[in-house]
Design a protein around this ligand. Structure first.
Ligand SMILES: O=C[C@H](O)COP(=O)(O)O
Length: 256
């Protein structure tokens, strides 16, 4: 955690969550009500098909709802795509951009991720900009170089502590059960903090930097306790309300 930064615990459902999954969102919406919600933000990003109904379910809950991607344009002939304005129209508050699965499956470049983040800002959404090294890059000792390049290429100059969240997700840790050591996480987050402060000044010192990659209830407290780790971006463990709420609850002691 970083002193004076309100952490964000975010779930990315990816292409999971058929209709019955709304019961999980209902349970999460109930579970995050309470004193901890003053100190820690909670967000779920279901597939776009569930956005509207999910925001309706969270009407009287502090649980926020976001999307997993957006097109860089407001509207137009882009079959199958969803714009940031459309997400805002469904009362979504956040959008993930540049997830490594999008970078790989759809060949998304840093420049495109930056354009998507700008589209999010225009729609008054918070952009969660994902960066992270592959296993090969890590083995080659290039982790910090990759983070530097992705930060400078994917994060727009217009980024502020309010409209931007950085999510560090080592690609090799996603869905594998593997995590970096806490020292490696601390080093990577300290490096990103330094880069953000150098570029954005005070805003960079307040921008949230999440860790993502095999976060689960059993390792959440240790990972979230690391300096400059301002929350989590959770994949698999965010599909079940009990696991998501356990990770959220890990902040009970950390914020006490
Ligand atoms: O966006 C979430 C990440 O890709 C992490 O996924 P995971 O928690 O299943 O490893």
């Amino acid at each position: 955690m970083t002193p004076d930064i309100r952490p964000l615990v975010a779930g990315n459902w990816k292409m999971n969550g058929l209709r019955g999954a709304l019961d999980q969102i209902k349970a999460m919406a109930e579970g995050v009500k309470g004193p901890l919600s003053e100190k820690v933000e909670a967000l779920i990003c279901p597939p776009a098909t569930l956005l509207y109904v999910a925001t309706a379910l969270c009407d009287d809950s502090p649980l926020l709802i976001g999307a997993q991607d957006c097109h860089q344009d407001v509207s137009g002939a882009h079959t199958g795509d969803v714009s940031a304005e459309m997400i805002a129209d469904c009362f979504g508050t956040h959008v993930i951009v540049g997830h490594s699965e999008r970078r790989t499956d759809h060949a998304e470049s840093d420049a495109l991720v930056r354009a998507k983040a700008l589209a999010a800002f225009s729609a008054e959404l918070v952009a969660i900009i994902c960066i992270g090294e592959t296993g090969d890059e890590r083995k080659a000792g290039k982790t910090l170089d990759v983070l530097k390049t992705q930060l400078s290429g994917s994060v727009p100059d217009e980024a502020t502590a309010e409209n931007t969240v950085i999510a560090y997700e080592p690609v090799w840790a996603i869905g594998t059960g593997l995590t970096p050591t806490t020292q490696d996480v601390e080093d990577a987050h300290a490096f990103m903090r330094k880069e953000l402060v150098a570029r954005f000044g005070a805003a960079g010192s307040r921008m949230r930097i999440l860790y993502g990659g095999s976060v689960k209830p059993s390792n959440a407290r240790e990972l979230m306790g690391v300096l400059n780790v301002d929350g989590a971006l959770i994949g698999g463990a965010s599909l079940k309300s009990a696991d998501f709420l356990a990770i959220y609850g890990a902040y009970e002691e950390l914020t006490a």
